[in-house]
Design a protein around this ligand. Structure first.
Ligand code: HEC
Length: 141
């Protein structure tokens, strides 16, 4: 099920990229534009620590006390289900999640709220949602 959904999602993105159309599906599949926004946000804010491949290999990784997490194994480490809500909360950081984030992981909820591009709660939520959906596309089995 999980596999089929991911595959279907990939195809939908491919189709949307080719045709420029928006995705419509019965399941609540994020739009391609949300994932693309997430990829851009990831490059801008996350790659320095988590690395381009999201495996924790960013330039700053070596100078941190705690190694940045490998973000391609979130599903694997959660018994095969992508832990959407948890990932959202860890990125947001305003409600600490025990055993996740903290330490060197910045609190993005506050940072995004302070940024001119997303200065209200809805915009912050959308920004974090985009990151969550982008990360969902990177999961290994
Ligand atoms: C300054 C370095 C740094 C930056 C920048 C950074 N992170 Fe992190 N991140 C970390 C560290 C270090 C951890 C591991 C924290 C821990 O183990 O407690 C982490 C953990 C995480 C986790 C939790 C993984 C798990 O298994 O619990 C997620 C999700 C995450 N980061 C997403 C992001 C996203 C998305 C961005 C960009 C918006 C980002 N990080 C930017 C350093 C960073």
């Amino acid at each position: 099920m999980q596999r089929l959904t991911r595959w279907g999602f990939g195809m939908a993105i491919a189709a949307a990229l080719v045709t420029g159309s928006t995705i419509s599906a019965q399941e609540p599949v994020p739009t391609a534009s949300l994932v693309i926004a997430g990829a851009n946000n990831f490059t801008q804010y996350c790659v320095v620590c988590h690395g381009k491949d999201a495996k924790g290999t960013g330039q700053l990784a070596a100078s941190l006390q705690r190694k940045p997490a490998n973000l391609t194994e979130l599903t694997k480490r959660n018994g095969g289900t992508f832990p959407r809500d948890l990932v959202f909360q860890v990125i947001d950081g305003r409600q600490p999640v025990k055993g996740h984030g903290g330490g060197d992981m910045p609190e993005w909820g506050q940072a995004f709220l302070a940024s001119a591009d997303s200065s209200n709660a809805d915009a912050v939520k959308q920004r974090i949602d985009s990151l969550v959906e982008y990360l969902a596309t990177l999961q290994v089995k």
